[in-house]
Design a protein. Sequence first.
Length: 353
Amino acid sequence: MKVKDKALFLIIFGIVTLFLLYKIRLFIAPFVLSVAVAHLLNPLVIIFINKLKVSRVVASSVIVGVFFVLFIIFCAIFIPFIYSQSIILLNSIPDYLEYFSSNFYPNIVEFFNKINVEIEHDFFDLIKNNQLFTDGAGLLGSFLSKAINSTTFLINILSIIFIMPVLIFYLLKDWNSIIGKVIFFLPKKYSYQAKTVLTLIDKAISGFVRGQINVCIILALYYGILLGLLGLNHGIFIGVLTGILSFVPYIGYGIGITTAIIVAIFQWGFSFFDIGLVVVVYLLGQIIESSFLVPNLIGKKINLHPLWMIFGIFFFGSIFGFLGVVFSVPLTAISASIIRYVFNNKYNQIKND
């Protein structure tokens, strides 16, 4: 196939794929998660088949069953911890606000008075009388209420609970068959091209899923242990949350360090030593993540440059919203692999000519 035909096929393939993803973007989360989990479990299914000489149906059934039993046990242990720590953190907010009102806000009022700007002398009166705060709280409450009560939210939750096990099972059982049927219905001159592209996509997703899980676990342990040792209030919770959210590039890290610094300020005041230690933990964590964990556990498998990653966050975020940001890395890895394949073929053709 000529390079021009390959490029045309890939352009059409990309446009159709993005269009379909955009159309089902509100209900795509369970399917994306199912594909990710299926890629994670597929090597275990293959080992099970080769070692015990059983059918793929039996191997898929056993692996999916064991996975969800372990997942339920994990949730039974982990979710109560997250819930209890979240409640403690939320209950601490009034105390933090009171501490801010007594210790920091008078200095802010004094500063504004020096530049002849009058503001409320009581912090709580400022919140009560300022339309920005009241409207913001109202908008946040309205957003959360709509999100929780929306049909899409309920469908996604029910899908994750009841449909994902079925989706994962059929993906594991029939993955090769599904790929074969997709290729069969394509024009013959595109079959080899489609098979190559799907192989690249499979490798990109597999490399990302397995690598990212390892990165999240390592970072959750790192931040949780060190913030706990520093004595930061809710330190273990904030650290574990930072590690879990690290699958969202930059945003998870930003949420973690911002939360940790705010809690540190309310706990220790403007103690540059204590706050500095928290910042050092996060800076070292970022260095470890970007210089060692991501390059070795993810980068070598998907070969994704940081500039591609940043571009992918904005690009897929603008198309699919929050879900686009969450899944920006695998989507960007897939796109980069395909584009790299086209240019490599073009280069090889020019070189041969």
